[in-house]
Design a protein. Structure first.
Lengths: 543, 230
């Protein structure tokens, strides 16, 4: 596949100007006309925001304490600055380290080791183009959520094209996991592992065990991966998760600290260390971790208010409430205009003030949090809401606290873990009996709400059911059963009366919600199957 | 020595030095590349010298890669990255990298590799090994090199043969696997073999591990290097 460079928009990222000039000359000699260069990560991101590049050639190591190539890639993908057809190639001086550092979804299209010759560059770019076009229709199927069709395509390609068999099998296993088809995923991993001890297959197998709650098996596999491959960073994170589930918090903390020693810029890992360290009462380590997360997050799209609230919580434990307030104050500046962040900040302020016995300030903070919560649409952070409820109970604002709790229960009426946590809040507030009653009543309300809609479906009043569940799902965006039934009403209507764009879009929205809540929910796969058939028919495919 | 306190952590210092040198070397090689391409042999009297420079700089580059890789292996910072590759494509790419130099010296390079042969390996490491051997062959071959790859009893056998004088007698008898017996005085040939045997041994599958061997003779009667991978 010969590549035409004339109309390609190219970005070269390197901290050395002489190298940038050299690459520009090389690209020019290939016929490219539209070539930009950037000297740093921030510079690169701002250029990518202004122009949709076709080819990005990015150096991995951009200087100590600076954003590296992997971070640029992650940020660009996260912000949607790279289209599927765009090519991102990581350039490295010598090391193979970055190749195993990032998670799969944040892998570049290729790695090139310097010095880079013109012949090598063209050859690799052409191969990438070829691969992209080979995977294009699978990728399209995934984007229109025809996962089952995408899986079938992977099977066919793996058979037809044994040269790239492994890539198709890997793609298939990913698709199986995202759609909760764990047994099929295991079959793929077993097939691969029978050929070779490949780390990603072991890793995938471990993740499936984890999802199924088989934490010891999962732990053993993650350890095996790390035994082969000490820079397989994802394995540290999953090993820590498994250890946590097994109650070995100290070990989990140790594992994550080791990982941070190898790859110090992974922000989510710092947060995980902070959380675990708090749980085991190692507040010094927690403070260090949250501070690191805040510092790295300053210039990253992955910044989150939870690093600040985590640090504030740690400061309370260390008896420095004033410092906690300072941290929260800086969060307010950092997240101006972000309601969810401000909600979390205000909730935490309520907790700090209460601890300082400044009841009036605590009340004010809670009022602010309440106002913000009402305006929050979509995801309501369960833990922050629970914290807030706790403060309310402590301050004697029982009714307010109950409201928060009900909100949580409504969205999670089938999630025993959450309900147990809620019960814990009631217990601490010495409202155990009353709380149990509230939980039961609220749970029942949701069940009734759901049943009424199901009855509409059963009676064949699909139009009414659609309307009914749309309202219910908007009120309870985190409730998987309600969202599943909303999708089902839409799909059944389309099965009967033909497909239309409005309904397929809506159904796809509900399916996405279920996927993010619990991809292993068995009804989700059934719905996905049904959806694929109607959506496929809509596109005029004869399936 | 053991009880005296070191002023610097020498290996780490060496590694970061090597990294820095490699950056400069990349620039040097790239610039040379540009200069060479504007200066064809007929018109340009310096072409021969430039090619010599390219060759030497490439050697230094390979040596630095080996040095850094060995440093990382020694410090537990190295991870092998195994995937599945079409062997013919790997060989093609290596030839592409080495062709300008080999052409210049009038060495022709032949390959024998089934089109559908695929194997599990760390492609960077294996490319490094082949580049290394080709770089040596450049010095010793007269005018022919053969790269041969095929599958034998569940192993990938990859060999590079030339029509030169072959390996010196004293090297053939030694245990190349362990790098022992290779006199470091003989220069980069010994060091290179040490590195390649490390790479071979890193490739493991189901209780078997890769190995290298050297011999004289083969198709063209010269040196023959073989790396065998599970």
């Amino acid at each position: 596949m010969a590549l035409e460079y004339k109309h390609k928009k190219v970005l070269i990222v390197d901290d050395f100007s002489s190298f940038r000039r050299l690459m520009v000359r090389m690209l020019e000699s290939l016929g490219a006309k539209d070539i930009d260069d950037a000297y740093s990560g921030d510079n690169a991101i701002s250029k990518m925001q202004g122009k949709a590049y076709d080819i990005v050639l990015c150096d991995y190591n951009l200087g100590n304490d600076k954003k590296d190539g992997q971070q640029i890639l992650e940020e660009a993908k996260h912000r949607g600055l790279l289209r599927y057809a765009s090519i991102f190639v990581m350039l490295t001086a010598e090391n193979t380290m970055p190749m195993v550092m990032g998670a799969v979804e944040y892998q570049p299209d290729d790695y090139l080791i310097k010095p880079i010759t013109k012949d090598m560059l063209t050859r690799r770019l052409e191969k990438i183009m070829q691969r992209k076009s080979d995977f294009q229709d699978i990728e399209n199927a995934v984007r229109s959520k025809e996962y089952i069709r995408a899986i079938t395509m992977c099977d066919e390609r793996a058979k037809d094209n044994p040269k790239y068999m492994l890539e198709y099998l890997r793609m298939k296993s990913d698709l199986c996991i995202t759609t909760g088809r764990y047994d099929e995923a295991v079959a793929v991993f077993e097939e691969v592992l029978s050929m070779r001890e490949i780390s990603w297959a072991k890793m995938g197998m471990g993740k499936v065990h984890f999802q199924k709650g088989e934490y010891v098996k999962a732990k053993d596999l993650f350890e095996a991966v790390l035994n082969d491959n000490k820079t397989y960073m994802e394995a540290y994170d999953w090993l820590a998760k498994a250890l946590q589930e097994l109650g070995a918090l100290e070990d989990a903390q140790k594992v994550l600290l080791t990982a941070t020693g190898i790859s110090p810029k992974a922000i989510l890992r710092h947060q995980a260390i902070g959380d675990i360290s708090s749980k085991i009462g190692d507040y010094d380590a927690a403070a260090v971790a949250f501070k690191s997360a805040i510092a790295i997050g300053k210039h990253s799209c992955f910044k989150s208010p939870s690093y600040y609230t985590g640090l504030a919580r740690t400061m309370i434990k260390k008896d420095s409430s004033d410092e906690a307030l300072q941290v929260l104050n800086s969060a307010r500046h950092e997240f101006k205009g972000n309601r969810e962040a401000l909600f979390q900040t205000a909730s935490m302020e309520g907790i700090v003030y209460k601890g300082m016995d400044r009841k009036e300030d605590a009340r004010k903070a809670i009022q602010e949090a309440t106002r913000l919560l009402e305006k929050l649409s979509g995801k309501v952070p369960v833990e922050a809401t629970m914290d807030l409820a706790r403060v309310c109970f402590d301050l004697g604002e029982k009714e307010q606290g109950m409201q928060f709790i009900q909100n949580i229960v409504r969205n999670n009426h089938d999630n025993d873990n959450v309900l147990e946590m809620v019960q814990g809040v009631f217990k601490d507030a010495q409202l155990e009996n009353e709380g149990a009653k509230i939980i039961a009543i609220t749970k029942n309300e949701v069940i009734q709400l759901n049943n009424q809609g199901v009855r509409l479906i059963e009676e064949g009043k699909l139009k009414d059911a659609i309307e009914y569940f749309e309202k219910a799902a908007d009120g309870l965006p985190e409730n998987k059963i309600i969202n599943a039934n909303a999708a089902q009403a839409l799909i059944m209507y389309m099965q009967k009366n033909g497909t239309n764009e409005k309904y397929t879009t809506l159904a796809s929205k509900y399916l996405d919600r279920i996927k993010s809540i619990d991809p292993s929910y068995d009804k989700y796969q059934k719905l996905l199957n049904m959806y694929e058939k109607v959506a496929g028919a809509y596109k005029g495919r004869d399936e | 020595m053991d009880n005296t306190e070191r002023i610097i952590d020498f290996p780490a210092f060496l590694a970061s030095m090597a990294h820095d040198m490699k950056n400069s070397l990349s620039m040097l090689l790239n610039t040379l590349d540009e200069v060479v391409s504007t200066c064809t042999s007929e018109k340009c009297p310096s072409h021969r010298h430039l090619s010599q420079m390219q060759y030497e700089a490439t050697r230094v580059n390979f040596n630095l890669i080996q040095l850094l890789t060995l440093y990382k292996m020694d410090h537990d910072q190295f991870s092998i990255n195994i995937s599945h590759y079409p062997i013919s494509e790997i060989i093609e790419e290596i030839i592409l990298q080495n062709k300008p130099l080999l052409d210049f010296k009038g060495i022709e390079i032949f390959t024998e590799c089934p089109d559908d042969l695929t194997w599990f390996m760390d492609s960077n490491l294996i490319s490094g090994v082949i580049n290394n051997i080709l770089n040596n062959a450049y010095r010793y071959a007269s005018n022919k090199i053969l790269i041969r790859a095929n599958e034998k009893n569940g192993w990938l056998v990859l060999s590079i043969e030339d029509d030169g004088q072959g390996y010196p007698e004293e090297m053939l008898g030694t245990d190349v696997q362990k790098g022992r017996g290779v006199s470091f005085k003989t220069g980069s040939t010994g060091l290179g073999l040490f590195f390649t045997s490390m790479v071979a041994r890193l490739h493991k599958n189901k209780g078997r591990e890769g190995f290298i061997s050297i011999s004289n003779g083969g198709e063209y009667g010269g040196g023959c290097f073989t790396i065998t991978l599970p």
